[in-house]
Design a protein around this ligand. Structure first.
Ligand code: MN
Ligand code: MN
Length: 329
């Protein structure tokens, strides 16, 4: 069978049809998919605002603006990979551990099939079951986390599972390899002077917003690439990495951040990494305003992640001298 591709927006208008990601078919056909976009409408892990449960809906809606060719990465995504919108994972609002189990279970099936899930959050607490599922198949992962927060605090309100503690839990559980992982974009007020040191003590490389500004995009990308090397990589993109002027629809905004253009430049620079999963999280459409700019940013981040996958697939096929008629898993 052929690839799953989006509806052709030169044939039918982009404002028409059911709001799947990028107008892709809503299907659960893992044997015929290279990647799936999956919604995780969970926001019980948020510490301040509520409403990321509407993130997947907002991102899908804004994604109808996206066209299939990515000039930044020079790739026609669906010429190389078959992608569906997998729909949403049935989380349990108000119950984080039950939701974690549902997320892990569904994503593990996807990974086991050799398919790459790109998740639309949801608050950042979903990263832990995402990593549990990925690590169950791939082993401990390198993560590249774009975020204004390290999310390595120990607990909130006496509770261990939360969007501010996920990456500490992930280290404790051994589902990521901190020595191959990097946290990019940290800034803003902290609870104490040692907060970011804690992250480094856990083994992460931490590149603050200030550091990234000083190094510039090329050197930043080079450091990230060096850090992850040949490892299997999970990219987690918290939209608060971007300045609230460009991404107001988020849960814990921090001023003094990056432009959306800078974010796309950094993501595009990761071409060739062995991406086995990713997410874009912390979109709160009700704080976004009528222009939907945060949802559009998040949709474009997911588009860049799919582009990275397509580039790797294209390079692999060229290297082996083969054709792209079949799926490679
Ligand atoms: Mn975060
Ligand atoms: Mn954050």
């Amino acid at each position: 069978m052929g690839r799953y591709v989006p509806h052709d927006s030169l044939e039918s208008p982009r404002f028409s049809g059911v709001r799947t990601f990028m107008r892709l078919p809503n299907a659960r056909d893992l044997p015929n998919s290279d990647a799936v976009v999956v919604g995780i409408p969970f926001d019980t892990g948020a510490s301040f605002r509520a409403g990321a449960r509407f993130g997947p809906e907002g991102i899908r809606s804004a994604s109808h603006l996206l066209r299939p060719y990515n000039p930044l990465q020079g790739i026609g995504i669906f010429d190389h990979i078959s992608v569906t919108d997998f729909g949403d994972i049935p989380i349990v609002p108000g119950y984080i551990e039950e939701s974690y189990e549902a997320i892990r279970r569904e994503l593990e099936v996807i990974h086991r099939a050799g398919v790459v899930p790109i998740a639309l959050g949801g608050d950042h607490s979903i990263a832990l079951p995402e990593l549990r599922a990925a690590a169950a198949i791939h082993g401990p992962l390198a993560i590249v986390q774009f975020d204004s927060h390290a999310d390595t605090w120990d607990s909130y309100f006496g509770k261990r599972y939360n969007h501010g503690t996920v990456f500490r839990r992930a280290v404790e559980e051994g589902v990521l390899s901190p020595q191959q992982s990097v946290q990019v974009g940290m800034r803003g007020s902290l609870y104490g002077a040692s907060d970011l040191e804690e992250s480094r003590r856990l083994g992460f490389e931490v590149m603050s917003t200030q550091t990234v500004r000083r190094l510039g995009p090329e050197e930043t990308v080079a450091r990230i690439r060096e850090r992850v090397g040949e490892s299997k990589v999970f990219v987690s993109f918290d939209v608060d990495f971007v300045d609230p002027a460009y991404a107001p629809g988020t849960g814990t905004p921090e001023v003094g951040g990056f432009t959306s253009a800078e974010a796309l430049e950094l993501l595009g620079g990761l071409s060739g990494i062995d991406l086995i999963g990713g997410d874009v999280v912390e979109v709160y459409p009700q704080y976004d305003g009528p222009a939907q700019i945060t949802s559009l940013l998040a949709a474009t981040v997911a588009f860049e992640l799919l582009s990275l996958l397509a580039s790797v697939k294209k390079a692999n096929v060229e290297q082996s001298g083969g054709t792209e008629d079949g799926l490679d898993h």
